[in-house]
Design a protein around this ligand. Structure first.
Ligand code: ACM
Length: 384
């Protein structure tokens, strides 16, 4: 490589298909960070150039395109994926080729790869807080609904444990295909209404999430009485669902667009200037933005794209992210993140209801029993 050549990174987020709503927000977060790095002079004087492919939300495509990036394009740093099924496709490829893969999405945990940097929340950072919040504020009878793939099934296994640890009960557990139609959700909602749970835990993703919330609203479901609680319903999905069908529902995430902090104000004004709107900014967008900056810092330090050198530099690194200070855990390649629980208000905006006082160490294998830990470290936010 000559001194003038750009640093090329691969980017695999879908701009079409069932999870494109959220993946487009991740793509924009990553692109914004690249612009910021390049505007500040690049890395060691060279710009970062993305090579982007659209997997179209087709699981197998993520693996095929990761292989193409590494073998044909000769790129060994890749950002991408939302669904855990797509990450599982990329995993063996980056491991075989010793590439470095940045995954900016919450997931079900129970995984470690030296070739992956995990930027999203693990269950101890989102499911444990959310399960406890539901039992404390709404009741202990919970109904589970998910899309049918690894993240919802594993995530529900963890949530079932959390609910039962807290003396609660899981009334039902249902899975729908990723591309489920609105009428399929109507049948599920009928069964939920009959059971009268205190809250619903949803791991439905993508377009299905929009259909589910709308079907619940049409059947008379009211978020203020019996909320749908989720880890995957972000600002971008709420915008699609619409205000009426969103009010009262709950999401747990490390970041919400409405956070008031200097770092978030900076991020949002930079995002607004590039994309003319911030309405689709989500926690996964923030994670993609943050991971790209972390990569830029590691590359500045090492001056090489080699996976082993970058990883060594990344471990332990801190960054002033829009959510607050985060850092990469040297024990497991995951990220210390904040934990917030927010409810959608009557204007369609997330309002923080519960938060931890400091970032939480990622515990992807749930080694530590976390229920009581969460209670001691949290602060309820008075509603205005
Ligand atoms: C997910 O599939 N990790 C949201």
């Amino acid at each position: 490589m000559t001194d003038e050549e750009p640093w090329r990174v691969g980017v695999l987020f879908s701009t079409s298909g069932v999870t494109s709503i959220i993946e487009k927000s991740q793509l924009k977060g990553a692109m914004l960070a690249i612009d910021e790095i390049n505007d500040a002079g690049g890395v060691r004087g060279r710009p970062i150039t993305p090579v982007c492919y659209n997997p179209g939300s087709v699981t197998s495509k993520y693996g095929e395109l990761a292989e193409k990036l590494i073998r044909e394009d000769r790129i060994n740093v890749i950002f991408g994926c939302y669904m855990s099924s797509s990450r599982k496709e990329v995993l063996p490829i980056v491991e075989r080729r010793n590439a470095l893969f940045f995954y900016p999405t919450l997931y079900e945990g129970f995984e470690y790869s030296p070739n992956v940097m995990y930027g999203g929340a693990t269950p101890n950072q989102n499911s444990v807080p959310l399960g406890n919040h539901l039992m404390e504020c709404y009741g202990r009878r919970i109904y589970f609904v998910g899309s049918d793939y690894i993240y919802p099934r594993e995530s529900n296994r963890v949530m079932r444990h959390v609910i039962r640890q807290g003396g609660g009960e899981v009334l039902g557990e249902e899975y729908l295909p990723l591309r489920a139609t609105p009428s399929m959700f109507k049948d599920v909602v009928d069964r939920i209404m009959e059971c009268k749970p205190d809250a619903i835990f949803s791991t439905v993703v993508g377009q299905g999430c929009i259909n589910f919330y709308r079907a619940y609203h049409q059947a008379g479901g009211n978020g203020l009485d019996c909320p749908i609680a989720s880890l995957t319903t972000n600002e971008a999905e709420i915008e699609e669902i619409g205000i009426e069908a969103s009010e009262g529902h709950i999401t747990a995430a490390p970041y919400f667009r409405n956070l008031s902090s200097a770092s978030n104000t900076r991020f949002l004004s930079s995002y607004q200037a590039k994309f003319q709107s911030t309405s689709d900014v989500t926690s996964c967008c923030e994670a993609a933005y943050t991971q790209m900056h972390l990569f830029g810092m590691a590359l500045e330090a090492t001056g090489e794209m080699d996976a082993d050198s970058l990883r060594a530099s990344l471990l332990g690194t801190s960054f002033e992210a829009p959510q607050g200070t985060i850092s990469v855990d040297p024990d497991n390649n995951h990220t210390y993140l904040h934990a917030l629980i927010a409810r959608v208000d009557k204007h369609g905006q997330f309002v923080i209801a519960h938060k931890v006082r400091q970032s939480i160490k990622p515990d992807p294998y749930l080694v530590y029993p976390a229920v009581n830990d969460w209670k001691f470290r949290t602060q309820k936010v008075e509603s205005s």
